[in-house]
Design a binder for this molecule. Structure first.
Ligand code: BTN
Length: 127
C-alpha cells in the first residue's frame, strides 16, 4: 500500500495552491503558498511555507507548517494529516489558525481566525 507524501502541488477547497518542493530526512519540508483569498485588500503574492512531518514508516503522517505571508503582516499555521485511500488518492485534512497583526493589545481578542481546509493533488499548474 502506498505511503502518503506531502511533496508536490496541492489545491484546497478555497482554490489556494501550495507547492511543497523539498523535504529532508529529518521530516522538515519547504515550499510556497498562493492563497486564493485574503482578509486584507492587498494584492496577493506567493508566500513561503515551512513545516515538519512525522517520519519513519508512517503511512498517513501528521504534519504542521507555517505560512509567513509575504504581502501582509499576518501568519498562518496549519496542522493536519495526510490520508491515502485504497486507490492511492491522497487528501490533506487540516485545521489552521490565522494570526492577524493588530495595532494594540486591546484588539488582541479579535486577532485570530480559525478554520479547516482540505487539499487534493493538482496536476501540472505550479505556484
Ligand atoms: C491574510 O489575509 O492575512 C493572509 C492570507 C490568509 C489566507 C488564509 S490562511 C487560511 C485560509 N486558507 C487559505 O488557503 N487561505 C486562507
Amino acid at each position: 500500500p502506498p505511503q502518503c507524501s506531502l511533496l508536490g502541488l496541492w489545491q484546497n477547497d478555497l482554490g489556494s495552491e501550495m507547492n511543497i518542493s523539498a523535504g529532508n530526512n529529518a521530516g522538515k519540508f519547504f515550499g510556497t503558498y498562493l492563497t486564493k483569498v485574503s482578509a486584507t485588500h492587498k494584492p496577493i503574492a506567493v508566500s513561503p511555507l515551512r513545516g515538519s512531518q512525522q517520519m519513519g514508516n508512517v503511512k498517513q503522517p501528521t504534519f504542521g507548517f507555517t505560512v509567513t505571508w509575504s504581502f501582509t503582516d499576518s501568519t498562518t499555521v496549519f496542522v493536519g494529516q495526510c490520508f491515502v485511500d485504497d486507490k492511492g488518492k491522497e487528501t490533506l485534512q487540516t485545521m489552521w489558525l490565522l494570526r492577524k497583526k493588530v495595532d494594540s493589545i486591546e484588539d488582541n481578542w479579535q486577532a485570530t481566525l480559525v478554520g479547516t481546509n482540505n487539499f487534493t493533488r493538482l496536476q501540472s499548474r505550479g505556484v
